[in-house]
Ligand binder design. Structure first.
Ligand SMILES: Nc1nc2c(ncn2[C@@H]2O[C@H](COP(=O)(O)OP(=O)(O)O)[C@@H](O)[C@H]2O)c(=O)[nH]1
Ligand SMILES: [Mg+2]
Length: 697
């Protein structure tokens, strides 16, 4: 269902100086989608704002989002304000949907942190802020939902200063009516009041009663803003009491934001319209343009060096696919950020890129029409210059994360980093008739979502989706089920056996009838080996009882039998096997006979000594804010883990790394557990350790 109702055609493409790419981030429920809707409406691109509850917003255009009542995809709304093109990215708040968020961060030049005045800050948002800070992405804060009963702007700003950065400073203060409802804003820089109490937006100079409120806050703000000014005399002049031109202050504000030294905080109540216009102004006039954002590094598709790029519409083409969707009518729709050069409709482009364990791309294609999206509504544009974002139809091979470049000047951008997905979900076609459709649907999912890894598990034969968490898994399963009937059997872990104890056994392959080459006798000593040792082979035959030529035949017979298992098809491992003796026949011995004798001997060993079931274990490295270290450790102990140690991350005391070993069975849902005990902030990676008997737990 298409609900986004654009009232205007797409704005013409603008040079990079007049483009702003901004991602809205914040936890689920903070109010991002509602705020974006108000911005789009205020910018004149919507006749009437939609509501999240009704599934009518621009950014929650997907049926799944409408059903769930919150965003799961990266969405883009492109609008115009004050002669500037604003590409506004709405991101999902769940830490499980980090893949969509990362793509949004890649495509934007600045981030707007959306904080609910009634909700507080979550750990994931704080973590994300720190991450943006470490790479110097310009940031601002908007305190939204001011109309809520327990909304407290001052408290929200104080929290941001404490948790995010003390350089978060308000540009406005909310102004309340006698009944406590938000009536408007006090603009600290301009020393004016924006009054909505009449139902219209009316601006007038601040009254004396507001002046006292303004004075001290304004001083701090102005000093922070002009500290970055090119004009070094400004601060002195200000301190000497000179009135500074608000236009000069706004220009310096942009510099201060762009350098990521200062983070303006705005007040907003999108449902009443308060603060919406001011936010649009800040985005258009106070946020940095793509010209101030260094291009991601590029290489040739083979990894050899290429000249660094600048945001230049006449430079070589370098654009990146940040989102891929499939439309019933249009086919594949790719959302593309152009970093250098100009993308034109129907142009031939080189597509290159690769994700871990996916096919590498390196070929030429032709792009179809270009559009500037407003949610699901695609509005045609004639071209897309460096710094801008557009959607492209008809790219067949391009996947999320791939680079588009000139055919004669192929380039590849290093793609953005994503943590390894760690929550496995098994999927199977509900009927044989669905199998082909499932394979096609999985290929499509993989192309759309770099946060997903698809694996056919050799041992168990299961088709696994490795997802970032339960919310991600739910979204993927919903998508699959839209086209194919799938079941989700429990995820199995690989099983192994080893011998219960050492034995000495004989394998006799002696056939009187059946012709040549049927005589082989081997004596083996078979003993369980240490965990993870696999099958260790040794020969200690004296006096040529088994001719050297057949030693490897025996070994092969043993290894093949171990791999296919003896009882219930469970493979055997961690065995030390020694060939100690045997018999051969000058004419009737053969490679095949000695293989058969080796296999027989192993079967003998199993029936004589019995077996022990083994479980796979893995080594995990958990990275978590030190504040949650205690809960993570106690949770690990509850999972029979061997905790090897924990250390602060070098250069960042707020983060700790835990090394532990635990059974794979306990790891099946560890992604979900870690999410819980670390409030969404923990990450882990795993390396297989081998198989161990249950008693070692
Ligand atoms: N009263 C009020 N409710 C809001 C406001 N902003 C969002 N909401 C509601 O809060 C819920 C979450 O909002 P949404 O925009 O989906 O948040 P998101 O998850 O950050 O995109 C929805 O039910 C919204 O209707 C606001 O400013 N005032
Ligand atoms: Mg949302």
């Amino acid at each position: 269902m298409r609900t986004a109702q654009s009232t205007v055609a797409a704005a013409p493409p603008r040079p990079a100086a007049q483009v702003r790419n901004v991602a809205l981030v914040g936890h689920t429920g903070a109010g991002k989608t509602t705020l974006l809707e108000a911005l789009v409406h205020a910018a004149g691109a919507l006749a009437r704002p939609g509501r999240v509850e009704d599934g009518t917003t621009v950014s929650d255009s997907d049926e799944l989002e409408q059903r769930r009542g919150h965003s799961i995809n990266l969405a883009l709304a492109a609008v115009e304000h004050a002669g500037v093109k604003l590409n506004l990215f709405d991101t999902p708040g769940s830490p499980d949907l980090l893949g969509e968020l990362r793509a949004g961060l890649r495509a934007c030049d600045a981030v707007l942190f959306v904080v609910s005045a009634a909700g507080g800050l979550d750990a994931v948002t704080a973590q994300l802020w720190a991450e943006c800070a470490s790479v110097g992405i310009p940031r601002a804060v908007v305190v939204t939902q001011l109309d809520r009963p327990r909304a407290d702007f001052d408290e929200a700003v104080a929290l941001c200063q404490r948790v995010l950065d003390e350089a978060v400073l308000p540009l406005h203060l909310p102004m309340h009516d006698d009944d406590g409802s938000v009536a408007g804003l006090i603009d600290l820089l301009r020393e004016s009041v924006v009054d909505h109490s009449s139902g219209e937006r009316v601006e007038h100079p601040a009254d004396p009663e507001h002046r006292t409120l303004i004075t001290s806050l304004r001083a701090e703000l102005v000093e922070a803003v002009i500290a970055e000014s090119e004009d070094e005399t400004l601060l002195d002049r200000y301190l000497e009491g000179e009135e500074l031109d608000p236009a000069v202050l706004v220009a310096d504000l942009e510099t201060a934001v762009a350098r990521a030294h200062f983070h303006p905080a705005l007040a907003c109540a999108p449902l009443t319209g308060v603060g919406v216009r001011e936010l649009l102004d800040l985005l258009a006039l106070g946020f940095p343009s793509p010209l101030e954002h260094p291009c991601p590094p590029v290489t040739r598709p083979d990894g050899s060096p290429a000249a660094p790029l600048a945001c230049d519409p006449d430079g070589p083409l370098a654009a990146e696919v940040v989102r891929t969707t499939t439309d019933a009518y249009l086919g594949r729709v790719s959302l593309v950020r152009v970093f250098s050069g100009t993308l034109r409709p129907d142009a031939a482009v080189h597509v290159s890129g690769h994700q871990a364990d996916r096919a590498a791309h390196d070929g030429d294609e032709r792009v179809g029409a270009l559009s500037s999206p407003l949610g699901a509504t695609l509005r045609p544009v004639p071209y897309c210059p460096a710094g801008d974002v557009c959607t492209v139809v008809r790219l067949v091979s391009a996947e999320t994360g791939d680079t588009l470049s000139d055919v004669d000047d192929p380039l590849r951008m290093a793609t953005w980093e994503l943590p390894d997905p760690q929550l496995p979900v098994a999927v199977a076609a509900a009927s044989p008739a669905d199998e082909d459709r499932l394979a096609a649907a999985l290929t499509r999912l993989a192309a759309e979502d770099p946060a997903l890894r698809i694996q056919r598990q050799q041992d168990t034969g299961q088709q696994l989706l490795w997802t970032a968490g339960s919310a991600h898994a739910d979204v993927l399963l919903d998508r699959l089920r839209a086209t194919v009937a799938v079941e989700t059997p429990p995820v199995l872990v690989a099983q192994r056996q080893t011998l219960a104890g050492p034995v000495r056994v004989t394998g006799r392959h002696v056939k009187q009838s059946g012709g040549h080459g049927q005589y082989a006798v081997v004596v083996l000593e078979v003993a369980p080996g240490p965990a993870g040792s696999g099958i260790v082979w040794e020969t200690r035959v004296v006096g040529g009882a088994v001719p050297t030529a057949f030693h490897s035949s025996v070994e092969k017979g043993v290894r093949t039998q171990a791999a296919s298992g003896v009882t219930s098809g469970t493979p055997l491992t961690d065995l030390h096997v020694t060939l100690v003796d045997g018999k051969s026949h000058a004419v009737d011995s053969s490679d095949a006979a000695f293989q058969a004798a080796g296999a027989l001997a192993l079967r003998e060993a199993v029936s004589a000594a019995g077996t022990v079931a083994l479980q796979p274990w893995s080594q995990v490295e958990v990275t978590v804010p030190t504040a949650y270290l205690g809960s993570v450790l106690s949770d690990l102990r509850g999972r029979h883990a061997r905790v090897l140690g924990s250390l602060p991350v070098e250069g960042d005391d707020d983060l700790s790394v835990v090394q532990a070993q635990l059974p794979d069975l306990e790891l099946l849902s560890y992604a979900v557990a870690l999410r819980g005990v670390s409030h969404g902030t923990g990450r882990f990676r795993r390396d297989p350790l081998g198989f161990e008997p249950p008693s070692t737990r």
